[in-house]
Ligand binder design. Sequence first.
Ligand SMILES: Nc1nc2c(c(=O)[nH]1)N[C@H]1C(S)=C(S)[C@@H](COP(=O)(O)OP(=O)(O)OC[C@H]3O[C@@H](n4cnc5c(N)ncnc54)[C@H](O)[C@@H]3O)O[C@H]1N2
Ligand code: MOO
Length: 406
Amino acid sequence: MRTVAEHREAVLALVRPLPVDTVDVGASLGRVLADEVVARVDLPSFDNSAMDGYAVRAADLAGAGEERPVTLPVDGDVAAGDTTRHVLAPGHALRIMTGAPLPEGCDAVVPVEATDGGAEQVAVRLEPEVGRHVRRRGEDIRTGDTVLRAGTHLGPGHIALAAAANVPQVAVHRRPRVTVVSTGDELVPVGSSLEHGQIVDSNHLMLRALVEAAGAEVAASVHLRDEADAVRAFFTAPDGAPDLVITSGGVSMGVYDTVKEVLTEDGGVEFVKVAMRPGMPQGCGVVGPGRVPIVTLPGNPVSSFASFHVFVLPALRAMAGIDPADDGAFEAVAGESWSTIAGRTELTRVVEEGGVVRPSGGQGSHVLGALAEASALAVVPADVERVEQGATVLCLPLLGHHRRRG
Ligand SMILES: Nc1nc2c(c(=O)[nH]1)N[C@H]1C(S)=C(S)[C@@H](COP(=O)(O)OP(=O)(O)OC[C@H]3O[C@@H](n4cnc5c(N)ncnc54)[C@H](O)[C@@H]3O)O[C@H]1N2
Ligand code: MOO
């Protein structure tokens, strides 16, 4: 049997980082930078006020205090967005707003709260030090600085920074496009009236959701019956012109395990047993003349879900230009003991709270209640038969889950 790491390497060997798109910075959320972002302006771009108040020369307020206010004539206002180059005359003040450019000659700003708020003249009740409430040009970022590195997974803060640096477009890796295929004659769409023996095709929606939660796109979404000719025809040219196909079901030992039957005969896909639980039967390879990468996941819903996290997600990361090993794994303490099977890496569905994990309920590969509850997968190595309470366990966060506070 293959180890989880060996099968992951086999899957990763099928994919490459996708080509680069240039997109508007405002449309780049969730994308991965293919190139660094270099600031086109200093940030701040000009000396400006950090407060609503009065632009002054600190020396003009020497000795000012609560009991000894100093009064200065006010020569006018400088608002944010004012493009006039104001000059502050010695012994005078200008009323200034937060973000407004500092007048020439001004070296400090007094907040309005430390004054009587006058419009013609102002009584100031403190002596500011030079530079007080002044935001200096370039103190945050300088023109030409690399503000974001290639490989950055763009979040709202990164977008704010690139936009403030006046960079209108960014080079990002194309989002992986994934065709999701469920297989099996027992499956019907959600909301159908179920005949005896039929079940809802929940993996379909689950896998679509996982693809989207991973930041990839669903290129096409298909259900195939266990009919060899239809399955064969489909894989010759998978719908959606995808970068990757993922399937669920039909990969174990059953006589109607058509995916395995058809793709084995095609020769491009290798079906293996991986020493893990859940998710032992796996496959990966390429299909059709286009040699499209494919990962075949087992049909049991929990097996499909867990396998997606350990095999498909790293492949999507690699295609999107992210280090596939950057999986957010974290160490937690086992809040109770539980048994696992020797000789297989066990992916226990756990609830994590404040760094402590507990199995989320029944661990059968069909038990969806415990899956929905879980926030992480505890990765229990093959040589461990029992996780003892208090032991440290490595955990993989589940897509779409937030870690809760303890
Ligand atoms: N004789 C053996 N039988 C099985 C073995 C084995 O080694 N020898 N392995 C078992 C393990 S472990 C797994 S996991 C499953 C994998 O089976 P398949 O990938 O062939 O999946 P199916 O047989 O098509 O379905 C398994 C199970 O999952 C349900 N299912 C399938 N697709 C969906 C879907 N889209 N949505 C919801 N549920 C789905 C299906 O109804 C079955 O109950 O094989 C074991 N058997
Ligand atoms: O490998 Mo299966 O996923 O244990 O049910």
